[in-house]
Design a protein around this ligand. Structure first.
Ligand code: SF4
Ligand code: SF4
Length: 298
């Protein structure tokens, strides 16, 4: 077993990670200045990226809400499959993995904010608008999804998530930049997401934030996504904060001001996630098919 394999094994076992990979710093050469590994940690040699799959019991509550109208069940999704518990655990474990690398290998390890902390613990360019909405990550401090793809753990899907072979997009990723020289992975030669053949995420997206496959650039309309993921209408949240499903930046700012959200990055962003829950990539049928009427659908 090489030293890199040993490190990956220890991280996977010690911190109960579903997958661990290493991305080379050169994979980020085309990132904007200030967001490349060596910009953040001078002397950076590798990016250690790790993912933990979401639990199916919490994930299936998306179907309870949207198929059965049982909104209360969805609280389990919000607490245990999205922002709260998994993110906090990943943040603590990112910290622990950094401490582990520094202690064990005498290298420097920089923990990267991930999930909600990745969004909230940075300086917003426009404090009146959230920097993230649902699947669409905007201007995060470091592109952890890119690290997962560069390390060969998955590919970027049409829904904006990293699609993994076994769990589709239902994996949360964290990462640590380190001065430790490791054997790096490379993007996997896989084709897990074929939008023209699938397109489920675009069809399921209630605000048409995800373009139809074959149309446009494939980038997600963050404002449209916000309407659903941040629960700005009673269909997704508690009341109608905005009336349109296609708001401009100015309409969003005005709506958020009306409800007194002067730091909108603290908005809950997990009211939708249909593009994640219904994505058939990975072993969806085996893991979640029994809980959804979409099981067996083309
Ligand atoms: S739902 Fe289909 S098209 Fe969308 S990301 Fe998943 S596999 Fe790709
Ligand atoms: S399905 Fe929901 S979370 Fe996904 S892009 Fe559309 S609105 Fe956003």
């Amino acid at each position: 077993m090489t030293a890199t394999e040993e490190l990956k094994r220890r991280i996977a076992e010690r911190f109960a990670m579903t997958m661990v990979g290493i991305a080379h710093v050169s994979a980020f050469d085309d990132e904007p200045a200030g967001k490349r590994p060596a910009d953040l940690l001078p002397g950076a040699k590798s990016v250690v990226v790790f993912g933990r799959r979401l639990i199916n019991g919490a994930l299936q509550t998306v179907f309870r809400k949207y198929e059965d109208g049982k909104k209360s069940a969805f609280a389990s999704y919000q607490a245990y499959a999205s922002d709260l518990a998994p993110n906090m655990l990943l943040i603590y474990h990112t910290f622990e993995i950094s401490r582990f690398i520094e202690r064990t290998y005498s290298a420097v390890a920089m923990p990267l904010p991930c999930g909600s902390a990745g969004i909230q613990n940075c300086i917003p360019e426009d404090p009146e608008l959230p920097r993230v909405a649902g699947a669409q990550k905007i201007d995060l401090p470091f592109n952890i999804g890119k690290a997962a793809v560069a390390a060969g753990l998955g590919e970027t899907g049409w829904n904006g998530y990293v699609i993994t072979p076994e769990y589709g997009p239902r994996v949360q990723f964290g990462a640590v930049i380190t001065t430790l020289e490791l054997d790096c992975g490379r993007p996997a030669d896989i084709k897990l997401c074929e939008p023209e053949k699938c397109g489920v995420c675009a069809r399921k997206c209630p605000t048409k934030a995800i373009p139809e496959p074959g149309s446009g650039s494939g980038s997600i309309n963050a404002n449209r996504c916000m309407v659903a993921s941040c629960g700005l209408t009673s269909e997704f949240g508690r009341r109608d904060i905005i009336k349109t499903k296609d708001p401009t930046d100015e309409e969003l700012k005005a709506a958020l001001k009306r409800v007194g959200k002067d730091f909108p990055d603290h908005l809950r962003k997990n009211n939708c996630d249909l593009c994640l829950a219904y994505c058939p990539a990975g072993e969806w049928e085996k893991a979640l098919g029994a809980f959804s009427r979409e099981s067996g659908a083309d």
